[in-house]
Design a protein around this ligand. Structure first.
Ligand code: GDG
Length: 480
């Protein structure tokens, strides 16, 4: 039986933070998050190598710090040598000002700059070079997300013929949108250098297949229901749909811990409304936060009995504030929350509790437990793990999930959740009212469905499905 000799995982950021602890000294802390939770067991078991950008300033001795960290852990973390100047164009430029808005259907936010594209190509080659140095025997290579679309081809250019896997965490746009990308053929041909590409939803996979058929006509694609095979340049690329998930047990158990229950009690005590809705998002124009505020305002106008009864607890995690669009969004939110609160607040009650900060883990679980509704209304989202985390943390079975139909998660959660079109303010206001007036029995029935879905299709299953699809080509090959 053939075994992979080594597992190599590649993502833009490493699963660690490097934090200063004083003059000229730093500590390396493991990052949290679904991907880290999902992949750490595999990485530890197989003593894998995780390659990515360390996310620290040029003067920090990242290599030494990460080598020390790797010695104390069961897998290795290795930094890609990138300078601040490269990050500017590759990450803030092409990744976040071209791919991110275009792939999220927000063409108005997209700009296309040749210098940014060239740096994106170069940095993808630097990632590829770091990966190549780590290849050993028959390695299993799994590359993640939109910042690294070209790493596969850069590896092929270096003569690498090992099996290369890729997973896209964000949506893949429709053909009409993708047509606007100046380097569309380059990007698609580069993606076809992978052996196996995973998407979040059937729609993303179908969009990719459409784009390939139109813009790279020499490709032939066969496929049906969530699977496909593309042939290009004498090679076969397996295409699949793998909706990512969360560690259900971790949230389910965490939410019952005394710390989380206490945090939930404190939140409820301090809010002057008996019915709380939660919004929790990174600051991003894809998340639809202004539309959500306006839908709440509409609900308060249309259903006056909601006044003094419901509040939206909106946590916005600061992000990309050095990009003008994000700084502008922050100002828009400040103004909207101020205007709506000014218009409706009375007797100490506020329609919107707006927090511009991140929460620690206990507070996060406390918020999930305290809130009667999760109001998750992105204009577009690859998956949206907050929706699944809310469900897994709703241990009393009484929470209601209002979810945008444009989040990847809607494909799995549409049966128990209330799906809304976040552009439709009237319908979103109605959904808020429906959640408020929903009978406890209906809440329990819906939440039972949601919890069964997230429990069954958890992140460990996601990893297993991606890996087994990868190995099903050669039944004798194992990565476990
Ligand atoms: C990409 C895609 C796709 C958020 N605020 C706090 C906090 N969080 C955690 C949540 C959740 C994660 O961040 C956000 O989940 P997303 O699903 O939005 O994931 P991203 O990594 O941002 O984005 C997305 C995902 O990849 C996975 O494929 O779903 O569509 O854009 O885990 O809990 N955590 C803490 N405090 C906070 O304030 N501790």
């Amino acid at each position: 039986m053939t075994h992979y000799d080594k597992i190599i995982l590649v993502s833009n950021r490493l699963p660690v933070h490097i934090e200063p602890t004083g003059d000229e000294s730093w500590e390396v802390l493991p990052a949290s998050g679904g991907l880290v939770t999902a992949l750490s067991p595999l990485m530890k078991r197989r003593h894998g190598t995780w390659i990515g950008w360390a996310g620290c300033a040029d003067h920090v001795p990242a290599d030494r710090l990460l080598a020390d960290f790797s010695r104390d852990h069961d897998y290795e973390v290795r930094a890609v040598p990138l300078r601040e100047a490269q990050i500017q164009k590759y990450y803030r430029g092409f990744s976040n000002q071209s791919i991110w808005p275009l792939f999220h259907d927000m063409l108005g936010y997209a700009s296309f700059d040749t210098a940014n594209w060239e740096q994106y190509v170069d940095v993808n080659s630097v990632f590829a070079e770091t990966v190549r140095e780590q290849l050993w025997g028959n390695s299993f290579v799994w590359i993640h997300d939109y910042q690294l679309l070209l790493v596969g081809r850069a590896l092929r250019d270096r003569g690498v013929d090992q099996t290369l896997n890729f997973f896209l965490h964000i949506p893949f746009p429709s053909r009409d949108l993708f047509a606007r990308m100046p380097w569309k053929v380059d990007l698609l041909e580069a993606m076809l250098a992978y052996d196996h590409i995973g998407f979040q939803t059937q729609k993303d996979l179908a969009n990719f297949i459409q784009c390939v058929k139109v813009f790279v006509p020499e490709v032939t694609v066969r496929g049906r229901a969530g699977r496909g095979i593309a042939r290009f340049g004498g090679r076969e690329v397996r295409l699949g749909e793998y909706p990512i998930s969360i560690d259900f047990d971790e949230f389910n158990q965490g939410a019952t811990q005394p710390g989380a229950a206490e945090a939930a009690w404190y939140i409820r005590e301090n809010m002057k409304a008996p019915f709380l809705m939660l919004g929790l998002d990174r600051l991003d124009y894809t998340k639809g936060i202004p539309d959500r505020f306006l839908a709440l305002e509409r609900a308060l106008e249309k259903y006056p009995d909601l006044q003094e009864k419901i509040s939206l607890v909106q946590v916005v995690v600061p992000s990309r504030l050095n990009v003008p669009e994000y700084a502008g969004l922050k100002e828009e939110l400040d103004a909207l929350a101020g205007r709506i609160n000014g218009r409706f607040s009375r007797h100490g009650w506020l329609p919107i509790y707006y927090v511009f900060n991140s929460l620690d883990r206990t507070q996060l679980l406390g918020h999930y437990r305290a809130c009667d509704v999760a109001l998750i209304t992105p204009l577009r989202d690859g998956m949206n793990l907050v929706a699944k985390e809310y469900v897994a943390s709703s241990v009393d079975g009484q929470g209601v999930l209002i979810l945008s139909e444009f989040a990847g998660a809607a494909q799995q959660l549409h049966r128990g959740g209330l799906l809304v079109n976040p552009y439709d303010r009237e319908a979103t206001a109605d959904a808020i009212y429906q959640a408020y007036t929903m009978e406890p029995e209906e809440k329990r029935r819906r939440m039972r469905r949601l919890r069964a879905e997230v429990r069954r299709n958890n992140v460990h299953k996601w990893v297993g499905r991606f890996l087994s699809e990868q190995v099903s080509e050669a039944a004798t090959t194992s990565v476990s």
